[in-house]
Structure formats: C-alpha cells, structure tokens
Ligand binder design. Structure first.
Ligand code: HEC
Length: 158
C-alpha cells in the first residue's frame, strides 16, 4: 500500500512536460473520463497499428514484471527487463525508426522520453540492489509510467 501511495505521489509530483499535458487535459472535467475526441488521431498504416498495439501490450506486461521483481527484491532482473523491453536497447525490437516517421513531434518526444526514463530506471534499480533502498527506483518507475499516461492522454491510433 505504501509503495502505491509513493508511486501515485511521485506521478502527481512528476515534473514531466508530457504529464503536465495529460493533467491539463483532464482538468476540464475531473469527474468524467476525458472525451475520446480530445486526443489527436494519428494515422498509421493498418499493419503498423496492430504491430504498435501488440508492442504496447508488451510494455504493460514489462511494467508488471518490473513491479513484481522489484517487490521480490530482484533488482537486477527488473533493471534488465526495463532496459531490454522499454529502454534505449528496445528501439530495434519494435521498428522504432519505421514507426516514428508517422508520429507527430509530441508523440515522438513522449516515446523518446519513455525510452530514456526506462534506461535511467535500469541504472537506478541496479543501484538499489547495492544500497538496499528501493525508493529512488520506485520514483524512476513512476517516471516511466508518466510517459505512458501522458502519451495516451494526447494521442490515439483508432
Ligand atoms: C509515444 C506514445 C505512447 C507511449 C510512450 C506509450 N503508449 Fe501505449 N499506446 C499509445 C497509443 C497511441 C495507443 C492506442 C490508443 C488508442 O488508439 O486508443 C496505445 C495503446 C496502448 C495499450 C492498448 C493496447 C491494445 O491492444 O489496444 C496498452 C496496454 C498500452 N498502450 C500500454 C502502454 C504502456 C504500459 C506504456 C508505458 C510503459 C505505453 N503504452 C507507452 C501510445 C503510447
């Protein structure tokens, strides 16, 4: 429970520009989910839409595995998953250069920020293995998910 409070607090406090965009969009009516057409439609070729969504589902799976391994104290495994599946090393995995040419600049920036945050998290998680203090890693994890939240609030493919 305390861990989740920390993550939520870190996300709320997160200085990320993308997240500020997401928050701003939701401020119009805090009681209702943002209207669908609030998000910018981005046209990808159909095959790339499917490929991207499959890749997104793996992003979520990776976040889940990272949380699970952090909770078990397997900081090196969490670090490895973050770098390989979400970090700068993952760019080749999902044909980033092919996909990015269809993205508006803000979407590209959110993607890049996510990859950078994941690579930074990977280092922080390895350090946590040495210091035994998970807090910086949990904050780093929230910096990754802030990019998921921000991009989702701003763009849609369907
Ligand atoms: C650069 C923008 C961007 C980033 C960063 C991003 N996503 Fe997405 N994601 C999208 C878009 C666009 C969609 C499609 C949404 C739509 O059309 O309604 C999507 C869809 C998804 C879906 C739905 C997949 C499906 O089968 O429909 C999941 C799950 C998801 N993202 C998880 C994540 C997670 C977890 C992260 C962060 C680790 C993340 N995404 C980061 C842009 C992004």
């Amino acid at each position: 429970m305390r861990v989740w409070v920390a993550i939520v607090a870190a996300v709320l406090a997160g200085g990320s520009a993308t997240f500020a965009v997401a928050q701003h969009r939701q401020h119009h009516d805090a009681s209702a989910p943002p209207a669908r057409n609030d998000r910018e439609f981005v046209r990808f070729p159909p095959a790339l839409v499917e490929h991207t969504l499959a890749n997104m589902r793996d992003h979520l799976q990776a976040l889940h595995e990272i949380q699970l391994h952090l909770g078990m104290g397997h900081t090196d495994i969490a670090a490895n998953i973050a770098e390989k599946r979400l970090g700068m090393s993952s760019l080749g995995l999902h044909s980033a250069s092919e996909v990015s040419k269809y993205m508006p600049q803000g979407m590209q920036d959110a993607g890049t920020a996510m990859h950078r945050a994941a690579s930074r998290f990977s280092i922080t998680a390895q350090e946590a293995g040495v210091t035994g203090d998970l807090k910086p890693a949990l904050t780093g994890l929230a910096e990754i998910s802030a990019q998921c939240v921000g991009c989702h609030a701003a763009y849609r493919l369907k």
